[in-house]
Design a protein around this ligand. Structure first.
Ligand code: SAM
Length: 266
């Protein structure tokens, strides 16, 4: 099935994305055109709705645009990150199980992974229920290239979109499931990103989010204070709950492992 996008330069215009762009095993290059003639390019199946140069405004975001970060991200960092940050052993398989148990994707549903990096959430959701239509969105082109490489190896089809989560290129009520792992701590305008997610989520949709809380240990606080200079933000449990409610979500559940929080919002 083709995918309808909302044009980033004019929210009344749509862009029709051919289904072939999601068939990652077959390289696809081309372009799509809005009704006013504005053209967007598709490079190796990645739909480029954001320019690389407009893409980052903090140090933390800048690091994601370096190819070596994308190459090493999942193997060196993501695999161990939850255990390292929480101080408890928690494997990627356990995180995958939590994601699938809480979101429960079913055939015919539409799924969005926001700030996907190598699309760990998108690949697992689509891999679990192949009759879904899954979109992985990130500002970083190198991360999306790595996501593509991994999805090809796993024979998983996804739409890969380079776009800004502050202006999600979809119409209202498009997705049944939205997932976001670790990205909220990094985005510049937290409330705008959450409001955009609520806008594109259907009224009976599920939003799975993993994020980092403020540390209560002095060493952790020192580390977080310095990372806030690079543009990262952290919240207490209460502050995060308030933030989600301010964006219009109902908090169904939150579980914490040290400073790592998993929440299901609707
Ligand atoms: C911590 S990583 C995400 C990890 C990934 N979700 C996972 O579970 O492995 C943050 C990602 O968010 C992306 N990002 C940051 N700000 C963004 C924005 N405004 N729009 C889209 N992506 C953004 C970065 O490029 C980076 O790949």
């Amino acid at each position: 099935m083709s995918l309808e996008l909302r044009a980033p330069h004019n929210e009344r215009l749509s862009l029709e994305l051919p289904v072939e762009t999601a068939q990652l095993g077959t390289p696809f290059n081309g372009s799509i055109c809005a009704a006013d003639g504005r053209t967007f390019f598709i490079e190796h199946n990645i739909i480029r709705l954001a320019e690389n140069r407009q893409s980052f405004d903090t140090l933390a975001q800048r690091s994601n645009h370096i190819s070596i970060t994308a190459q090493l991200y999942e193997a060196l960092w993501r695999r161990h990150s939850i255990s390292l940050l929480s101080g408890e052993s928690f494997s990627l398989n356990e995180e995958k199980k939590l994601l699938l148990d809480w979101t429960g994707p079913i055939s015919g549903e539409t799924i969005l992974d926001v700030g996907c990096s190598t699309a760990f959430y998108a690949r697992n959701l689509q891999g679990y229920e192949p009759e879904t239509q899954t979109v992985a969105l990130d500002l970083s082109f190198p991360m999306l290239q790595k996501a593509r490489e991994k999805a090809v190896t796993e024979k998983i089809d996804l739409f890969l979109i380079q776009a800004n989560a502050q202006q999600i290129p979809f119409f209202n009520d498009t997705f049944d499931i939205v997932a976001m792992g670790g990205t909220l701590n990094e985005v510049s305008n937290t409330i705008q990103v959450l409001t955009e997610i609520r806008r594109v989520l259907r009224s009976n949709g599920r939003f799975f989010i993993m994020y980092l809380l403020k540390s209560t240990q002095w060493l952790g606080r020192v580390a977080q204070e310095s990372s806030s200079l690079a543009g990262l933000h952290f919240w207490t449990y209460k502050e995060s709950k308030k933030l989600f409610e301010r964006a219009g979500f109902t908090v169904d559940r939150i579980e914490t492992k040290g400073i790592v929080a998993f929440a299901l919002l609707s």
